[in-house]
Design a protein around this ligand. Structure first.
Ligand SMILES: [Zn+2]
Length: 314
C-alpha cells in the first residue's frame, strides 16, 4: 500500500468516489440482493469489506483496521437491522484483522483458516507471549490500532467451512498458499460471487512479502475454476472474472521475466537492477499494467528467492 499512497496523495481532496482509479470508495455497492461490497480507502490503509445478509444474521468478510471497521459498521446498518454474528479474516494481515476487537464487542464470532492463525502466531509475537511484534509496531504509528487491542480469530477451519440457512450459502475455502500461507476465500455458489481477500486485488496493491508467487499462480487457477461471475477483491474495485485472470497473468509474466534472467546466469545485483526494466515491460501489457507498482523490487526479489536466489544486495 505504501507505493499507492504516494500515488494517491495528489488525489486526496474533493469527492473521492469520483477520483479516477479509486472506484467507489467508502460507499455500499450491492453485488446481489443481500450481498454487499465496500471498497476501503487505500490512503488510510483500509481493506475492502463484504457482507452477506442471512435470515437471522449478517456474515462479514474481513475486519479491516479499527478505523475501517468504524466506517463499515454503520454502512452495514443502512442495509439491514440484523446483527453481525460472524466476521471472517481472509488472512492475518493488519488491514484485514486488526479491527477484530470492535466486531467482537458487537457480538461477532471471529473466523479464519487454521493456517491464517498459524501465520498470525509467527508475527504477532507480543500477543502470543513473545517480544513485541507487528501489532505493537502498528500501534506506534496508528492511533486506531493503539486505541484497541489484537483479538485473533478463534473459530478455525483447515480447508472448508459452510454457512447455509436454506436461503443464503457462503462457502469458506482454503485453496493453497498465495498472498499468505493462510489465504481464505468466501464463495457464494448461488450468486457466483467470490470474495478473495488479498489473494486477488484489482490495481497496484499486491504485497508479496508474506507470499509465495509460484504457489499463488497455482492457487489462483483453482479459484478461477469456480466460475465466479462477480469478483470482490481485497483491495481495489470489484469486477468480473477477468480480475482473477489478470492477477494470475501478472504473476506469470513477472515470474517469467525473472526466471529468464536467472536462466541467463545474471547475478542478484543485476536482477535487482533489472526491476525497473521489468516494470516498464509489464506496463505495456494491457490487462496486467494496472498491477505494476512504481517500484517492483520487492516483487522481483520474492520471485528470485523462490527460484533459489539470495537476498538482493543493498
Ligand atoms: Zn494482506
Amino acid at each position: 500500500m505504501k507505493s499507492l499512497r504516494s500515488l494517491l496523495a495528489a488525489a486526496a481532496v474533493g469527492s473521492v468516489a469520483t477520483v479516477s482509479g479509486l472506484g467507489q470508495i467508502n460507499t455500499v455497492q450491492t453485488v446481489a440482493p443481500g450481498v454487499y461490497f465496500h471498497e476501503g480507502d487505500p490512503r488510510r490503509g483500509h481493506s475492502n469489506n463484504g457482507w452477506v445478509v442471512f435470515g437471522d444474521f449478517v456474515f462479514v468478510i474481513d475486519a479491516n483496521y479499527p478505523s475501517g471497521a468504524k466506517i463499515v459498521m454503520p454502512q452495514i446498518k443502512t442495509t439491514t437491522d440484523k446483527p453481525v454474528k460472524f466476521v471472517f479474516n481472509t488472512h492475518h494481515h493488519a488491514d484485514h484483522a486488526y479491527g477484530n476487537q470492535l466486531w467482537a464487542d458487537e457480538g461477532a464470532t471471529l473466523l479464519s483458516t487454521t493456517r491464517a492463525l498459524e501465520e498470525m502466531k509467527k508475527v504477532e509475537t507480543g500477543y502470543f507471549g513473545g517480544p513485541p511484534g507487528r501489532w505493537e509496531a502498528a500501534a506506534a504509528k496508528r492511533p486506531d490500532v493503539a486505541a484497541t487491542h489484537l483479538k485473533p480469530p478463534y473459530v478455525l477451519f483447515p480447508d472448508e467451512l459452510i454457512f447455509d440457512d436454506g436461503k443464503e450459502r457462503v462457502e469458506l475455502h482454503w485453496f493453497g498458499a498465495g498472498h499468505t500461507q493462510g489465504d481464505g476465500y468466501a464463495w457464494l455458489p448461488r450468486e457466483k460471487i467470490l470474495f478473495t481477500g488479498d489473494a486477488c486485488v484489482n490495481g497496484p496493491h499486491n504485497n508479496v512479502d508474506d507470499g509465495n508467487i509460484t504457489e499463488w499462480i497455482k492457487t489462483l487457477e483453482i479459484a478461477k475454476q469456480l466460475g465466479a461471475e462477480k469478483v470482490c477483491p481485497g483491495h481495489g474495485p470489484m469486477g468480473g472474472p477477468e480480475i482473477i485472470v489478470d492477477q494470475q497473468a501478472y504473476f506469470i509474466a513477472l515470474r517469467d521475466r525473472v526466471k529468464a534472467l536467472v536462466d541467463a546466469g545474471k547475478s542478484a545485483g543485476e536482477i535487482k537492477a533489472a526491476a525497473a526494466a521489468i516494470a516498464a515491460e509489464l506496463k505495456k501489457i494491457p490487462n496486467i499494467a494496472r498491477y505494476v507498482q512504481p517500484d517492483l523490487t520487492r516483487h522481483v526479489q520474492r520471485v528470485y528467492l523462490e527460484l533459489g536466489g539470495t537476498v538482493f544486495p543493498k
